[in-house]
Design a protein around this ligand. Sequence first.
Ligand SMILES: *Cc1c(COP(=O)(O)O)cnc(C)c1O
Length: 549
Amino acid sequence: MEIGIENDMPTYSGGLGVLAWDTVKSFAKMKVPAVGVTLLNRRGYITQRLDDKGNQTDYDSFDWDIEKFLDPLSVSTKVQIEGQDVEIKVWKREVESELGGSIPVFFLDTNISENDERFRNITDHLYLGDQRYRFFQEVVLGIGGFRTLRELGFEPEVYHMNEGHSSLLTLELLKNENMNPDSVKRQCVFTTHTPEKSGHDTFSFELVSDVLRDYISISKLREFGGTDYLNMSLLALNLSRYSNAVSRRHGVVSKEMFGGREIDSITNGVHLPRWVSEKIGKIYDKYLPNWRKDPYQLRQAHTIPKDELWKAHKEEKKNLINYVNSQTSVDMDERVFTMAFARRATPYKRADLIFWDPDKLENIAEDKDFQIIFAGKAHPQDFGGKEIIRNIFSNIKKLSDKIKMVYLEDYDIELAKILTSGVDLWLNTPEQDREACGTSGMKAACNGIPQLSTLDGWWIEGHIEDVTGWKIGPEPGNKVEKKHEASEFYEKLENVIIPKFYTKKSEWGKVMLNTIAYNASHFHTERMVGEYISNAYSSDMFQLGNASI
Ligand SMILES: *Cc1c(COP(=O)(O)O)cnc(C)c1O
């Protein structure tokens, strides 16, 4: 549904879109014979504005110059919506690797004069609009995407549905395969990216039949997509030979969620050359010169002298603090221990767990100086997320005499880069079993920045206490209380983390090196794509997986 290529293209909302580009970039580098398909998202997601109380107003995202970023193609294709033809035009972006390979990504666009007025905006808004609008989009993405590939002359061996949004393609494939589900399964793999219910689109059969008409019988749809309503993830699961979640724990949680179905896991990664900052990259170039080609080289990070790493980090930190001070009046200090919490504002991510006990936080600040930067948009309909932003604003104000804190507007790729390379500690406090993976902590890790996080998503795999960072709360699957998580957060900050930062510089440097050696060397998209190739795409592997070994 989305891809986050660069800041001036508002064609993404958050982690899912950013990951899509990181993935395609690694495909290109590894010369995987693949192409990508997405919607144009002509009007993008939202622009966030916050007033002085933290009330979020959602504006349309900025206009972007499509022709500057994409090439129009002369092919077009059609889908039928509510019995009418809807013509789809195609744009292309060639994603090139500095190391040789290149992968095209196709953007589908219905804004053409031949189309009925009300169908022209189908590919305008990402994750906005009502159920019917969303289903129109998924018809264009799934069925239109499939037809576009055929029109362009591609005959994929494997269709990888990245989230359920594209899963109507299974129906088009089913029709192409004489309604034989086994033939469809052989060609499809599916990745689920969230354990959140709201992330799995469902549509009433009434709506579905009104939109699709005689395209397919509802009884066929019920067979694969759910009895009471059409569940897009279930449709994809039932018609794929292989499905996966995006971290090990998420695999366990997804399996429960989908009634014990076979769901493997492939933990996400980040594309290192995109997320390693300029200064840190130069240090890697000097000590691990092959790292851009072979990211596993970062395993040898311990050959980097700590003081050189520290110097590079300090420059990136200065860059961040200058940016914050240019945007706000908070007047942060580059010598002070700096943390950030930046991600979508939504209740389960709990950006405000830090303020469970504001007096305690103030108390810690009495003799241990720290400052905190927040950022993140709430989805326009996420009223709980918007409430969290207001709550953070009120706490920032209340504590402003004692602690320098700020909430930056309009979190985007550029801001993510500045933050994940400039802070001293990355914060992450999702509720247990709610975060599928989380990738921003990996972006921090590839700049040598450790994380303090609850044990969820990728952190269960990346965390070694006091070595690669710190955890709060219990091991997964154990009973958890918010109050204990909060008190553990304060405890670690006050007695372990901040003292280490100010008084044990060499130990701090070691944590930074460990973070690179253990986590940056592993949680990258080259490792991830490698796992997709061997575990998901390769049909021989699939047959092996089916045998009783
Ligand atoms: C990486 C990224 C995210 C995802 O962060 P999570 O840790 O997975 O929540 C969201 N938005 C932007 C702009 C990003 O770069």
